[in-house]
Each structure stands twice: as C-alpha cells, then as structure tokens.
Design a protein around this ligand. Structure first.
Ligand code: PLP
Length: 393
C-alpha cells in the first residue's frame, strides 16, 4: 500500500510538463528549430558572470568548508547579507534571525503553509495562479479557496474576495509579478487588500497572514512598480527565490522572511523552521547560500524579456488577440479565440506552437505564453500565431 494522494501526484504530470515533454519528443522528430515551445518558465538568459566567478572562487578557496552542512536555517553570514540587502533596498530593519534559507520558493511556500496550518485552516488564492499552490496548501492539510480572476486587468475581484473571508482564513497568497499573467498588483490594490485584512483580523480576533510569493520581484518593466508588501501590511511573510532573478532554477535556493513585526512573529519563525525540519528542507545548498548572498544585489541581464514582451504584445494585438499588458515576469496570458482553452491549445499544438491552457491556472478562456526564449524564436513563431488566429476567421 502507498499513499494514494502521493501516488496521484507522482503519476499525473502537470499540463505544463506534459506539453514540455511533448515538445522534446516533437523536437527529436522534426528538429528543435521547428518546435515553438512556450510552455515552461526556464530563464533564457544566463546568470551574471559574477555568479559563476564567485562559485568557482569559493570552490577554490574553501574546498572543505563550502561542501559542509550549515545551520538548519542557513549560514549566519549568508542570512546577514540577505538582511543587509533588504534593509538597504527597502529601508527596513530585518535581522538574520528572521530569515530561513531553503530550496527555492516552492520549499519556502511549503515551510510557510506547513508552519501556519492548524486543523480547519483555509488559504485564499487569486486566479490566475501557479497550480502548485494547491498541492502545497493541501499537502499542509489546509484548504485552498480560489477567487476567480478579474479578467479586465488581472487585479483582484474584491467583492468575491470579501465574501470568501471567514473565521477559518489563516492566510492569503499574493504573487506579483504574477505567473501566469505577468500582472503587477498596483499599490492601490495592495492597500485595499491590506485594509480589508486588517479589519477582518480584528473582527475574527486572529491575524490573517499575507504570504507574498515573489520569485519575479526583480523582473519588472518600465512604468510599473513593485511595492514592498511588508510596508503595506504588517502581517506579511515573504517567500523569495533566486530561480528567476539570477537564472538559477536548478540550484534550488531561496528564503522565507518573517519580519519581527509580524503577529506572533517568534512562533511563526519557529514554526517555519520546524516545518523545514519536518519536510527535510534544512541546510539549503551551502555553496549557493554563499554565492547568492554575495550576488543578491544583481540580476541576470533581463532586458531581453522586455524586448520579447513588446514584440509579442504588439504583434498579437495586431493579429486580433486580446492581451493585458504584463508589468513583469516573463509570461503573457492572452484570451483564447474560442471559449475552450484546451481545444485552442490543441489547435496550436498542431502548428507546433506549444502554449498552456489557462484552465490549469484557474482562468479558462486564456493561454499562457512563456516568453523566456530567444527573441528570434518569437519572430519565427509569429506566422504560427497568425495562422492560428486566421483559422478562427
Ligand atoms: N512561485 C511561482 C509563482 C513560480 O512561478 C515558481 C516557479 O516557476 C515558484 C513559486 C517556484 O519557484 P522555485 O524554483 O524557486 O521553487
């Protein structure tokens, strides 16, 4: 006997992975250059040279130390550098003992959900959303409550949100810039959210935590700003990752920040660390604790994402697609040209154009285009997008 839930998770691939694997099979048949794979969010720009140089230097200078275990929550010097960087950038006063380093944002979120969840707890998530949230939340024994998308701008449908809040709401998850829409929540949206959470926390007599999942924090386009969420709502817990900003998804490194001001902050931090221990997410990769903490004020050269976004938004609009302009990340989430996004994605697949149906992200009638690819690939794919649009005329 095995756990049916785990067996199910281990057997069923996500739609994204399914398309990605299909792309690899198809590439072997017709050549990689003939498959237009916009399925997955692997950064297409290399890490800054300084990342590789720092890794090599540390390996040369500290060959024994750098492979050793660190403290469960991460090496003190690395955590201090992250705290210093956040304080410099956001005018805050964080300390190393409020950071828990772990293997990417995925593990950070799992530590937070497992650390916070008591029987009967619920977490509210706004569609469109990163589908793994459901796995993480339910894995922690909580219930995910999904708020349908506000499709004009992908901000928040506050009426539905307010109705979903109740005594069991332990937390609310925000992800801005967003995967899959690329939307950046405006300051006004976040302030309104904060005001509601403050009022409801008072009414229910317990804090409602705001969990800010920020792997795309640094990938933001001119004209858009990313407010520092803990400044807008005191009970914010930040989950961060270097997968996207430093193009290091394979290194598995990120952190949880539990600011001192958070209600029951000592208990929350201890519970996050305890969840890390119980899940085996202790002592994040030692080499990359050091490398990322020494390089955390830089990003990869992300200009190409802006170029890709502009090219796609302009071209798709000319072809008749409805597109909300993304303010960050490297995803575009246009409306499909028929109500059934699965059928639309299948029709695209026949043209070797791999785009992910929006249903899996909680937003039917849309598709996700991951444009973290070479600009040339987008240029060559445009006739395919046109052929797809024309097939509906
Ligand atoms: N959260 C969001 C919104 C993501 O898009 C991803 C990865 O694509 C993650 C979390 C997980 O990132 P990580 O590689 O840091 O585990």
């Amino acid at each position: 006997m095995v756990s049916e839930r785990m067996k199910g998770l281990g057997t069923a691939r996500s739609v994204i992975r399914e398309l990605f694997e299909y792309g690899n099979t198809r590439a072997a048949q017709i050549g990689r250059e003939n498959v237009f794979d916009f399925s997955i969010g692997n950064p297409s720009v290399p890490s800054p040279d300084a990342v590789n140089e720092t890794a090599v230097r540390l390996l040369r200078e500290q060959p024994d130390l750098i492979h050793a275990y660190t403290s469960a929550q991460g090496a003190a010097d690395a955590r201090q550098r992250f705290a210093d960087s956040l304080n410099r950038r956001f005018g805050a006063n964080y300390t190393a003992d409020r950071l828990y380093l772990t293997v990417g944002a995925a593990a950070s979120l799992c530590c937070v959900f497992n650390g916070l969840t008591c029987p009967g707890d619920e977490f509210i998530v706004f569609a469109p959303y990163f589908p793994e949230y459901k796995v993480f939340i339910e894995g922690a024994g909580a219930r995910m409550v999904l708020i349908p998308p506000e499709i004009e701008a992908f901000q928040i449908d506050f009426d539905t949100f307010e109705k979903a809040l109740n005594q069991h709401t332990k937390g609310v998850l925000v992800n801005s810039p967003n995967n899959p829409s690329g939307t950046v929540y405006s300051k006004a949206t976040l302030e309104r959210l904060a005001a509601i959470l403050t009022e409801k926390s008072r009414e229910y007599g317990h804090p409602i935590y705001l969990i800010s999942d920020e792997p795309y924090r640094e990938i933001v386009y001119p004209g858009f700003q990313i407010p520092w969420v803990p400044h807008l709502y005191r009970d914010t817990i930040v989950c961060y990752s270097f997968s996207k900003s430093l193009s290091l998804p394979g290194e598995r490194i990120g952190y949880v920040l539990v600011p001192k001001e958070v209600s029951d902050g000592d208990a929350v931090y201890a519970a996050v660390a305890g969840a890390g221990r119980s899940l085996g997410y202790v002592c994040a990769p030692s080499l990359f604790q050091q490398v990322t903490s020494l390089c955390c004020d830089m990003t990869s050269d992300i200009k190409v994402y802006e170029e890709n976004r502009n090219l796609l938004v302009t071209s798709l609009r000319e072809m008749g697609y409805h597109v909300v302009e993304p303010g960050g990340a490297f995803y575009l989430f246009p409306r499909t040209l028929e109500p059934d996004d699965m059928a639309f994605s299948e029709r695209a697949k026949k043209l070797d154009l791999l785009i992910v149906p929006g249903s899996g992200f909680g937003a039917p009638g849309h598709v996700r285009i991951s444009y973290c690819v070479q600009t040339e690939t987008i240029r060559r794919a445009l006739p395919k997008f046109k052929e797809l649009a024309d097939s509906y005329k």
